[in-house]
Design a protein around this ligand. Sequence first.
Ligand SMILES: NC(=O)c1ccc[n+]([C@@H]2O[C@H](COP(=O)([O-])OP(=O)(O)OC[C@H]3O[C@@H](n4cnc5c(N)ncnc54)[C@H](OP(=O)(O)O)[C@@H]3O)[C@@H](O)[C@H]2O)c1
Length: 288
Amino acid sequence: MLTTSLPGGTWTLGGLTVTRFGYGAMQLAGPGVMGPPADRDGALAVLRTAVELGITHIDTSAAYGPTVTNQLIREALHPYPDSLHIVTKVGANRDPQGGWPPARDPQSLRRSVHENLDTLGLDVLDLVNLRLGDAAGPLPGSLAEAFETLADLQRQGLIRHLGVSNATPEQVAEAQAIAPIVCVQNMYNLAHRHDDELIDALAGQGVAYVPFFPLGGFSPLQSSVLSTVAARLEAAPMSVALAWLLRRSPNILLIPGTSSAAHLRENIAGAALSLSNDDLAELDTIGR
Ligand SMILES: NC(=O)c1ccc[n+]([C@@H]2O[C@H](COP(=O)([O-])OP(=O)(O)OC[C@H]3O[C@@H](n4cnc5c(N)ncnc54)[C@H](OP(=O)(O)O)[C@@H]3O)[C@@H](O)[C@H]2O)c1
């Protein structure tokens, strides 16, 4: 059994136990998530630091770079410790301008699963999320053909567990009617709380919710209430934002991104911050 001193403890995704404090690797690619990082050794060091500090959940995608972050993960960490679980996502390609055109037809999804296996150096992917919608957020529409393709790859033994990302509650339910899912990865943070009901419903089902952009993504979270609470606690606003997510619901797993080992350490320490009921009530006013 995995024990951890990381804040939040552990969660079980299907049969895979992971630390609730994970790491999102997207920021390791070059500007606009295209091309190699300016500081390649620094990027490798962040990944090694994450594992040294006990993180057992890394989020990535062959679309990052494209393939840059997967190759960095492989170089830094392969052969992977048994405890480490790498979560990837399929459903979007990259175009030369750095856009994220959808690629959810069966052929593209199969190609992308194999690309993730090859670039990560794995025979089986622990968890694959089907990314839906577009860069502006979830969009309605059936995921049946795409999710059935992934369920088929799961039956073939190439994928252990499935999830969905950037999904509406209707799409989550549609996926669950096709095959079990172990997580939903959507945009959510202190200031962006469209998924409050979904999080509570998934908690009741034992399904993880993994917020992307937990710190605001490309535009850091800014709120006078957050700054006030952080100043009172003598903590960084980002620490408060992460500690709040861990408190928000036990099924929330963190994958904050950073290209800096120092920020990673700061975020781990910060997420352990203790928030009082008064702090929580004040923070609750931000995204409502
Ligand atoms: N499913 C999807 O569609 C989707 C979409 C986007 C992202 N994701 C996943 O979600 C993960 C998290 O998202 P994200 O990385 O884009 O956004 P994020 O975690 O909200 O924020 C990352 C940003 O915060 C900065 N940061 C982190 N810690 C900091 C600290 N202690 N002090 C100051 N700045 C700090 C980082 O800069 P530094 O590098 O300078 O630390 C980076 O610019 C990604 O890595 C990716 O795996 C998924």
